[in-house]
Design a protein. Structure first.
Length: 159
């Protein structure tokens, strides 16, 4: 699948995820007023799981057999999850406390800012294709990346 089509699919899932995240944030923020950072973290985690399922079955469905679902979920959380959590929480603090932007609008801005980095990480790491070495186990992709790196990303640890 070409990158533009995949980018469009990624953004469709992202739009669904954004609505989902804002709805969860609105509910949690209403249940725990004044705790917008905790509410944001809960909304992000639930949205990560929501988006992972959609990306697995829709955006990167042609790569569903490349590696294990657990491996993809771990990479998705380490990449998109980290970018989303750090980016959203940092921008929320800045936009809500400093710029006095309302919580839901601030979160919408934070989601959009993080989306470009998240697509690149999804395309090149979380859902990347791998060539499985002969005789390797089903979990080879996680262990292999830990020592060799993937598509320009540095290794997670040295041999």
């Amino acid at each position: 699948m070409n990158a533009f089509v995949r980018w469009c699919k990624f953004n469709a899932v992202g739009a669904l995820g954004m609505v989902f995240q804002l709805a969860v944030l609105a509910v949690v923020n209403r249940l725990a007023p004044g705790r917008y950072l905790a509410a944001t973290a809960v909304a992000i985690e639930l949205t990560l799981l929501h988006n992972f399922i959609w990306h697995l079955r829709y955006t990167w469905r042609d790569r569903i057999k490349a590696g294990t679902v657990l491996g993809k979920l771990v990479r998705f959380h380490l990449s998109n999850g980290l970018v989303s959590m750090v980016g959203n929480l940092g921008l929320m603090r800045l936009l809500v406390q400093v710029a006095r932007v309302p919580v839901l609008q601030a979160n919408g801005v934070a989601i959009l800012v993080c989306s470009m980095v998240n697509f690149w990480l999804g395309q090149n790491w979380a859902f990347a294709t791998y060539t499985q070495p002969s005789g390797a186990s089903e979990m080879w992709d996680i262990r292999d990346h830990a020592t060799t790196g993937v598509r320009g990303l540095p290794p997670l640890r040295q041999k």
